[in-house]
Write a protein that binds this ligand. Structure first.
Ligand code: SF4
Length: 346
């Protein structure tokens, strides 16, 4: 999950689709991601009983799973914690009280299309509307992307806001997934951010290095290393099984480029709702050179109620986690509440 603040924003100008022959390897993977729920079930050896539900969930929020992520899912196991995150289910049709299309209601914090200025000292820019994977619990699953396609000129308006406010020291690239944008577009944006004298840090919220580790290639490291800004990447990983050797190698390249790596997770029923799963996640994150940052409770987005873990249970899990982990591997348990000036600790 990328920065949660971007749900109601418009998209920056889209890159033209490139022919496969000149696409990077990661772009080819992105283009070839599974988008058919039956194919997903078939590839994972799930019988026809799963197909109907998968199609019903897919009708509400389309399935998208890249091959590199698929390879980490255990075939024939419908309870695999990675599969649970990406497999559409009929439960997504359930109407649950309090679960809405736009759980974070953040439009009022958008001084320009593609920009959120919600917290002091930092702003969030939408670098790409696309994601490499469609997570079933995503708070923006109902966002009408097709109706929102701002141009590069609108993006310039965001930069202008940033230039005019000397209190802003950090720019956060979000999406969708900001790393779904091309390196050409990202280099263009970061070059302009570099030129803003009061900016100190560049933060990137992304899931792409996890689902397609090849995204961390020379082209990306080129514009990232060239920036004068201090770099922080906040990854989104919910389960230890998501971190394979390719992800570890990608993280190593980022660290070698001077990037600080943090992780935010979402507490999800039947994915990571046990002390054992959360402890294994923190341990594995640290092996990959990533520090746990936030553990979010679920945003109440319509279609995702079956992932909910009640607050009391979340607190008990975190108390249990504290008994088995050193303090530096403890994520902070938080909820995002619309209108609050910061995330709310639980
Ligand atoms: S990567 Fe997943 S959680 Fe993040 S914005 Fe995309 S769909 Fe949502």
């Amino acid at each position: 999950m990328i920065t949660r603040s971007s749900a109601l924003l418009q998209r920056p100008g889209r890159e033209e689709a490139q022919p496969l022959s000149i696409q990077s390897r990661w772009q080819t993977q992105l283009a070839r991601a599974i988008r058919d729920p039956r194919e997903l079930c078939r590839r994972l050896g799930l019988d026809e009983a799963w197909w109907v539900g998968a199609e019903r969930g897919h009708a509400l929020f389309e399935v998208r799973v890249p091959e590199a992520y698929l390879a980490r899912i255990r075939p024939g196991d419908p309870s695999d914690p990675l599969l649970r995150q990406v497999l559409p289910l009929a439960e997504e049709e359930l109407v649950a009280p309090g679960y809405v299309a736009d759980p974070l209601a953040e439009a009022e914090h958008a001084p320009a299309p593609g920009l959120i200025h919600k917290y002091a000292g930092r702003v969030l820019l939408i670098a790409s509307p696309a994601c490499a994977v469609n997570c079933r619990y995503c708070f923006r699953r109902h966002f009408p992307y097709e109706e929102n396609a701002p141009s590069r000129a609108q993006w310039e308006a965001s930069l202008e806001h940033l230039r005019e406010d000397a209190s802003i020291h950090e720019a956060i690239l979000s999406g969708g997934d900001p790393l779904a944008a091309s390196d050409r577009q990202l280099a263009w944006l970061v070059e302009r951010l570099d030129a803003v004298p009061h900016l100190r840090r560049l933060r990137i919220h992304t899931r792409l290095p996890v689902v397609i580790p090849e995204r961390i290639d020379d082209a990306l490291l080129g514009w990232l290393s060239a920036s004068r800004l201090q770099k922080v990447m906040v990854l989104h990983i919910n389960h230890a099984h998501e971190i394979d050797e390719a992800v570890i190698a990608a993280c190593r390249r980022l660290k070698d480029a001077g990037v600080t790596l943090l992780n935010q997770s979402v507490l999800l029923r039947e994915v990571n709702d046990s002390v054992e799963a959360l402890a294994a996640l923190s341990e594995r994150l640290f092996e990959a050179g990533i520090l746990p940052y936030y553990l979010h409770v679920l945003d109440p987005v319509a279609g995702a109620a079956h992932f909910d873990v009640p607050d009391d249970e979340a607190r008990e899990l975190v108390a249990g986690l504290r008994e088995v982990l050193p303090g530096f591997l403890m994520p902070r348990l938080v909820r995002e509440i619309p209108g609050e000036a910061s995330k709310t600790p639980l």
